[in-house]
Design a protein around this ligand. Sequence first.
Ligand code: S6P
Ligand code: ZN
Length: 189
Amino acid sequence: MNSIAEPELIFKDQKLIGDKIDRVTRKLKDLGDIFSDKAAYSAMDKETVVYNVESSFPVPHNTEGGLFYGITYIHPGKVGKEYFMTKGHFHKIRNRAEYYCTIEGNGMLLLMDKDGVTRAEKMVAGSIHYIPGNTAHRTVNVGDTILSFSAFWPADAGHDYEIIAKHGFSKILIENNGIPELVDNIVTA
Ligand code: S6P
Ligand code: ZN
């Protein structure tokens, strides 16, 4: 008997291919809370795609000891001066960590600890980022092309979007004279 199997999952032609891939699209209409410039946001076409996520869940959600895999593709663009970005989240089980590996594009990984201190790491093709537990994470496309990266996280991590949807990160990334700048998030609402 031949016990050599074909791969179950393959990243080919900038796409994750395999059985039971979960595909999610986030458009501007899904992201009303996250951008600071509300006037710029309301003037934009809400059908604009900001990012897509393709994920593989080989075990049921919440399986202790299991791992999930996903690829995120963030389109280039801005709302006012703020770059297109993901919603951002803490893991529901707060101490669960994650790895991000950049495939292509230019981005920033925003990391906010539980005391609300935010820092950023540059994302370039090949860069590998360890996201410690108890740390909210968001990715930002600061380039003119798609930013894509793969992610590996524990199957029981879960997602907590609420805190970020309400308060955001303590810093935001804006374009200043063509250069990304990390500035304090002045919450006006
Ligand atoms: C999951 C992992 C990523 C994100 C994806 C979209 O733990 O961090 O797959 O889900 O980058 O970001 P968000 O914040 O909308 O889930
Ligand atoms: Zn995560």
